[in-house]
Design a protein around this ligand. Structure first.
Ligand SMILES: NC(=O)c1ccc[n+]([C@@H]2O[C@H](COP(=O)([O-])OP(=O)(O)OC[C@H]3O[C@@H](n4cnc5c(N)ncnc54)[C@H](OP(=O)(O)O)[C@@H]3O)[C@@H](O)[C@H]2O)c1
Length: 252
């Protein structure tokens, strides 16, 4: 697709899954990229792939970032924003999931989910908001989950982290909109990635490929929507039922 305007997009959690596919899609649409994750070799492989497909003139900057190292998130991201010469959009995508069992010795896993998906995302947004306030514009895209709306057994902390994240985004919008900062809250359904150890997401209802998710996500980002679900079909139609869906729709 020919690009109308090259903007600069930072994607956290770009080493695999949705973040990786979104980086490929955004590059195809002509955007300059800043990519972060803990696994630098995977980011380097992705950068090589992007340059092979689009030429080495395409700006792609990489940074190692562990969003659980809260104190280093701001400095690391500000250094990346500077290397990119300013950023227009940040996709707060880095996230984790795990099967957890209440009373079953998995509290440490649950704490890690809150630390990564909620506190890590807050630290990322805080750094981006500072950058965007200085520029007087910017777009923050949060990759939450339909699990923010629907309780799931063995996913209590994951659901809580995403419900907290979506609410954080809503309140952040009220605070930042008068400064020209747009906030999108995007809720994916089942996307075929390896996010949950030992779970084949492809077998879950209405699961789609990362490529399809990335295309829909890039369209929603381009439209600067307040709220979106991916894939739109059938989840958008089912939204009024969320919170009341039968367990088989929301089970790992
Ligand atoms: N797949 C689904 O069905 C689905 C559904 C709803 C929402 N989501 C959300 O979509 C986002 C992407 O998930 P995915 O399915 O693409 O899973 P994934 O393939 O496991 O990707 C997760 C990404 O987050 C990064 N990450 C994890 N922990 C991190 C940390 N502490 N610091 C920095 N980066 C970290 C990982 O990179 P490193 O390991 O290299 O750091 C990886 O790039 C997550 O927020 C997830 O909750 C996924």
């Amino acid at each position: 697709m020919a690009y109308v305007e090259r903007s600069t997009v930072v994607i956290t959690g770009a080493s695999s899954g949705i973040g990786r596919a979104l980086a490929l899609e955004m590059a195809r649409r002509g955007h300059a990229l800043g990519l972060t994750a803990r696994r630098m070799p995977l980011l380097e492989r992705l950068r090589d792939e992007l340059h092979a497909a689009h030429g080495s003139d395409l700006p792609v900057e990489l940074t190692t970032l562990d969003v659980c190292q809260t104190d280093s998130v701001g400095p690391t991201l500000h250094a990346l924003f500077e290397r990119l010469g300013g950023v227009d959009t940040i996709v707060v995508n880095a996230g984790a999931n795990d099967i957890t069992h209440l009373g079953g010795g998995t509290l440490a896993k649950e704490i890690n989910l809150i630390q990564t998906n909620l506190i890590g995302a807050m630290a990322t947004i805080d750094a981006a908001a500072e950058h965007f306030l200085r520029r007087g514009k910017g777009h923050i895209v949060g990759i939450s989950s339909l699990a923010a709306l629907q309780p799931i057994a063995t996913q209590a902390a994951y659901c809580a982290s995403k419900a907290g994240f979506s609410m954080y985004l809503k309140a952040a919008r009220l605070e930042l909109r008068r400064h020209g900062i747009v906030i999108s809250d995007i809720l994916p359904g089942y996307i075929k990635t390896d996010i949950v150890d030992g779970v084949d997401i492809g077998k879950l209802p209405f699961a789609v490929s990362t490529e399809r998710a990335a295309r829909e996500l890039a369209d929603l980002i381009g439209k600067r929507v307040k709220f979106g679900v991916v894939p739109a079909f059938p989840w958008k139609l089912l939204l009024p039922l969320f919170g009341h869906l039968p367990e088989r729709f929301s089970r790992y």
